[in-house]
Ligand binder design. Structure first.
Ligand SMILES: *Cc1c(COP(=O)(O)O)cnc(C)c1O
Length: 358
């Protein structure tokens, strides 16, 4: 099956900031993008790499009305020797396929997509930042494009991938965040679409996020949608609690996004001999552990930040400190180890890293 490539005439790379330190997250885009169309008659067809460009959509396009959409977020890294690594990208593609199935988006050939994705990243490899902590963020997205106002799955789709060079998440080192649990707003409920990476989940989270900000917190600690008791996720990350010798994260109940970094963290911790439990944990138990001093560490996990240490947790007007409020030893060790794996500085014993430039 063919991949058509239409190259840009002159790279726009000089339009991005000269210094990697000014890249921030998701502001600049590379020269090229991937596009792939679906129609009922032709299936997935016309897979192509073209210059990064605006989309032309009919204002009736179903994505704009009913949000039938899925996306992914993964990264390409430049190693000290100048090689290009993708980290667990096949796991990201498998999750994209699961998200698509949940949103009634037709299945695509993962192998064909993986090949095109590698070619896209290679074509724009000079955009992969060189500085430590920086990476090329890869954003695959599938949208429903039927110009139709009835509610049903679309019969046409556009699958595209854009690339964005991103700066270090912690340019000045870790800064533990303050997170706040709500007992009224929820992110997702089991049986809904919380376990799919789909746009509506993020639109649904914004009001609670704004309120948390107003009250002096960085992120929302999401509780389950039924009893409003069990800790599920933080912002757009999975969350872990170290209480005494046990490290606890929510089981994949259906409302949790099954994070690749979550899985990496669980695997690495078990390799190191830690006890990791995927079990239900109430906000009351977390706050009680904070009060009696047994809550050593709390951290979020996700592709963007890798590990995000939590210093304080607020709930119902009270705020508890986690440990000494600073970055915990284990959070730092996990961050150092997982990023070392991603940049190829330590041996990859799990087959997570794929060098694509050879
Ligand atoms: C993407 C995402 C995560 C983290 O997933 P990773 O695969 O680790 O990047 C966690 N929770 C939510 C809600 C997400 O959207």
């Amino acid at each position: 099956m063919s991949l058509r490539i239409e190259q840009i005439e002159e790279s726009r790379r000089k339009q991005r900031p000269a210094s990697d330190a000014e890249l921030a997250f998701g502001r600049y885009f590379t020269d090229h993008m991937m596009m792939w169309n679906f129609s009922a008659e032709q299936g997935w067809h016309d897979l192509r790499i073209v210059p990064h460009q605006p989309l032309t959509l009919d204002p009736a396009s179903m994505i704009l009305h009913y949000g039938q959409q899925v996306f992914e977020g993964l990264k390409a890294y430049r190693t000290a020797e100048g090689g290009i690594h993708l980290f667990r990208y096949r796991d990201h593609l498998a999750r994209l396929a699961r998200s698509a199935a949940r949103l009634c988006i037709p299945a695509f050939d993962q192998q064909q997509f993986a090949d095109a994705l590698r070619q896209l990243v290679l074509l724009d490899r000079h955009w992969v930042p060189e500085s430590d902590g920086c990476a090329l963020y890869v954003r695959p997205t599938i949208i429903a494009t039927d110009p139709f106002l009835g509610v049903r799955p679309s019969q046409t789709y556009l699958f595209y991938v854009i690339l964005s060079p991103v700066g270090a998440y912690y340019p000045e080192g870790f800064n533990p965040v303050r997170i706040m649990a709500h007992d009224s707003y929820v992110r997702a409920v089991a049986g809904g679409v919380g376990e799919a990476k789909t746009a509506g989940n993020y639109a649904a989270s914004m009001l609670a996020q704004l309120e948390a900000k107003k009250q002096g917190f960085t992120q929302v600690l999401w509780l389950d949608g039924k009893e409003h008791r069990y800790v599920e996720e933080v912002g757009t990350m999975n969350i872990f609690f170290k209480i005494g010798e046990e490290i606890i994260t929510s089981p994949l109940t259906g409302s949790i996004l099954p994070g690749v970094t979550r899985d990496t963290t669980i695997t690495v911790l078990r390799d190191w001999g830690y006890t990791v439990s995927e079990r239900a944990l109430t906000i009351d138990a977390v706050l009680a552990a904070a009060a009696d001093g047994s809550l050593d560490e709390v951290f979020g996990t996700g592709t963007a930040a890798v590990i995000s240490p939590v210093g304080h947790i607020g709930f119902r007007g009270k705020t508890e400190r986690v440990g000494d409020g600073l970055t915990g030893e284990l959070s730092q060790r996990l961050f150092d180890h997982i990023t070392a794996l991603q940049y190829g500085r330590v041996p990859d014993t799990h087959g997570w890293v794929e060098r694509i430039d050879l």
